[in-house]
Design a protein around this ligand. Structure first.
Ligand code: FAD
Length: 353
């Protein structure tokens, strides 16, 4: 088995590549035919890892690439981060006007994608879910340490729904001044696409871009093979990469995952997930532990993985099988603690082991 594997983790990313990408200097294994330049950094409250293979890249160019990727990501955060007070989305969230609000093309594009996922999933995916996410302490505001009352849930349900936002050519309109948006479920995936496209535009054809577990691949790794990616078994508290469910191989495709086993809290003795079912106003409560989706873009993979995570195994698998643009692996946690996997017929083709 090839041990040069890159592992998906939602919080911490682990790589078993021969060269561990710790810094610009110590992480290059140049050979004439398959030089590799790997670097990493922090963004969106998580980390990113990028690998470029192909022609040798000298230290000046490496430095320029790393600096420009950082700057691309800073611009991205300035538009889409609800964790930045002065970002465009934070200002939009605070704006209580119900009249059209001018918005950048980037914000409009991601919000439009969010509304499309909302419609396609019949409201399982919903970017207006922010008040509920925040109440449970998974968002950009400190949460409560209790379960909500029925009245609180009812009031949130008045404030959520994709019909409450309208995207125009250059404006956004809320139907209620209190509507707030949370793009955390899709913006990391879109960010990975954004960085990958930026690098491709610069002429790099063999790239691996990972932001907080969402991955875009193009071309080949330094062995000239498809990119190998490990999918973790969804064990609570398990170290990333310690226990793999599968290794998959990809090129010119993206993969995104959602799960209940890394981002959760205990409230009144009960474990609650950061994935919210907007149809009930509560955290999901079923045995689907993780979903990994492969698609042409990471934005698509990201939106679909959260949607399926909300739907649960049965509804999610049927929904996936009816789509021809994605493939998915679903892992359930069984009453005896074991895991069971389900996948779309096309997913098998990506499995390496
Ligand atoms: P995913 O499964 O991909 O998405 C789950 C998240 O989506 C939830 O946490 C919630 O926010 C939202 N959500 C839950 N249910 C639904 C639903 N039904 N429909 C739609 N959305 C839903 N975190 C920080 O701590 N500090 C930061 O500075 C920071 N900056 C960020 C900047 C940006 C631009 C983005 C996109 C995120 C940032 N984050 C930050 C958040 C963080 O990195 C992750 O995005 C977040 O923890 C969820 O990612 P995930 O992949 O684990 O979950």
């Amino acid at each position: 088995m090839n041990t040069k594997i890159t592992l998906i983790s939602k919080i911490i990313f682990v790589t078993l590549l021969a060269c561990l990408p710790l810094s610009l200097e110590n992480c290059s294994t140049d050979t004439v035919e398959f030089a590799q330049f790997a670097f990493n950094g922090a963004t969106m409250g998580t980390t990113y890892h990028i690998i470029i293979t192909g022609r040798p890249i000298d230290s000046k160019e490496r430095s320029a690439i790393a600096t420009s990727v950082d700057s691309v990501l800073l611009d991205f955060n300035r538009i889409l981060s609800t964790y930045e007070d002065q970002s465009e989305i934070s200002r939009f969230n605070r704006n209580e006007s119900i009249h059209p609000i001018p918005a950048s093309q980037k914000l409009l594009q991601v919000i439009k994608a969010g509304l499309d996922f909302c419609k396609a999933s019949d409201g399982a995916f919903d970017i207006t879910v922010a008040p509920i996410v925040n109440f449970f302490g998974f968002g950009f505001e400190p949460g409560e340490n209790r379960f909500p009352t029925v009245d609180e849930i009812d009031s949130w349900l008045q404030l959520t729904g994709c019909d409450k936002l309208e995207v125009g050519d250059s404006v956004l309109t809320k139907s209620d001044p209190r509507i707030t948006i949370d793009l955390s479920a899709i913006a990391k995936g879109d960010g990975a696409d954004y960085v990958a496209n930026f690098l491709m535009d610069k002429g790099h054809k063999n790239i691996f871009v990972e932001i907080g577990g969402e991955i875009v691949t193009h071309g080949h790794n330094k062995e000239g093979e498809l990119w190998k990616i490990g999918i973790d078994r969804p064990t609570f508290g398990g170290a990333p990469g310690a226990d793999l469910q599968h290794i998959i191989q990809l090129t010119d495709m993206a993969i995104a995952s959602s799960g209940d086993y890394r981002n959760y809290r205990e409230v009144e003795g009960k474990r609650i997930s950061h994935t919210i079912d907007p149809r009930t106003g509560s955290p999901i409560n079923h045995n689907l532990a993780s979903v990994s989706i492969i698609a042409n873009t990471c934005l698509l993979a990201d939106g679909i993985s959260t949607s399926v995570m909300v739907m649960g195994r049965e509804e999610g698998l049927i929904w996936l099988e009816n789509r021809d643009d994605v493939d998915g692996l679903l892992i359930t946690r069984e009453p005896d603690g074991s895991f069971k996997e389900y996948m779309t017929s096309g997913f098998k083709e990506y499995i390496f082991d």
